[in-house]
Ligand binder design. Structure first.
Ligand code: NAD
Length: 280
């Protein structure tokens, strides 16, 4: 078993867990993910690595208990996980960039809701390696905001945006970006947007118009995580890519978001049936 050594409630059914996973903790980089299973019969759940401690040999995962499997995890993962497979996927493009190129970038991260978790390790990695990055964290309302204090430690400037204006800027992350550019003299050469697909779609429409290269992290339905099943396929420009092995990060201006969102919706009914079974 992979032991859960710390578990903390963040907000809105969102949980943070530190899991002992020495091999993953030793080699993972920001942007990569793991697939966890509670037991032999459990569903495989892909989760982006939110943080890692190479000395303590732990990784930090954040999940929202919305589906049948995550609802089970919420109740049962104090006992640990049967499997933690990873690190899977490609590390963030920023971590692999030549240093002199990265030093020239003016980076803005745009995190939406639970998407704040995968943004966090990238911002931390940049700061630890001597690079600056601004961050916008968006939430529907103040109570749903996660990882604000943690993010403050590493972000050069942290901007909070709430849809209802209960805290920070009033509006979504896209409105906040437009405000920073128009009214606060900000300039960015690269945006990294991670959150709901609809958010990433609209951020990309804006940044395409502005000519700012934009990286997104895609989380389509995934099964094996090793490129075998093809469930997580995406149209990226004129190519078919698998989020699990080619991503999860891609050039957001090349993603066909409408197709990706349609594919995600196809499984909604099945998921609903499964939740009812778990609740029975
Ligand atoms: P949410 O719906 O509460 O939205 C969070 C924020 O995203 C909003 O406050 C707003 O600032 C922004 N946003 C949402 N819709 C937007 C739009 N149309 N235009 C501009 N900005 C918009 O988010 P949530 O409920 O926390 O998100 C859950 C979703 O995020 C799930 O679908 C989950 O799968 C996805 N997610 C994605 C990743 C990833 O790696 N891409 C990681 C974790 C979660």
């Amino acid at each position: 078993m992979f032991k859960v050594v710390n578990k903390r409630y963040l907000a809105n059914n969102i949980w943070l867990v530190d899991v002992e996973a020495p091999n993953v903790a030793k080699s993972c980089l920001p942007g990569q993910f793991v697939i966890v299973r509670l037991d032999d019969k459990a569903e495989r759940v892909p989760l982006t690595i939110c943080d890692y401690d190479r000395e303590k040999e732990t990784i930090t995962l954040v999940y929202q208990s919305v589906g049948a499997s995550t609802k089970r995890m919420e109740k049962e993962d104090d006992n640990g996980y049967k499997d933690v497979v990873g690190p899977l996927g490609q590390p963030s493009e920023l971590c692999l960039m030549p240093k002199e190129e990265l030093a020239k970038e003016k980076i803005l991260f745009m995190a939406g809701g639970v998407g704040t978790a995968p943004v966090y390790p990238q911002v931390k990695w940049l700061k630890e390696n001597g690079y600056e990055a601004d961050v916008i964290v968006g939430a529907r309302t103040k109570d749903l905001l996660i990882l604000e204090e943690e993010m403050k430690q590493w972000a050069t400037n942290l901007y909070i945006a709430t849809d209802d204006g209960s805290y920070g800027f009033k509006g979504n992350v896209n409105d906040c970006l437009k405000d920073l550019l128009a009214n606060h003299g900000k300039e960015y050469t690269r945006v990294v947007a991670i959150g709901p697909m609809i958010m990433m779609k609209f951020v990309c429409l804006t940044t395409k118009e502005l000519g700012i290269p934009t990286i997104v992290s895609m989380n389509p339905i995934m099964v094996d995580g090793t490129g075998m099943c093809g469930a997580c396929r995406l149209s990226v420009g004129d190519k078919i890519k698998f989020a699990c092995v080619d991503g999860p990060e891609f050039d957001g201006h090349l993603i066909n978001f409408d197709e990706a969102m349609n594919r995600q919706r196809m499984y909604k009914t099945e998921e609903g049936r499964k939740i009812l079974k778990v609740q029975e």
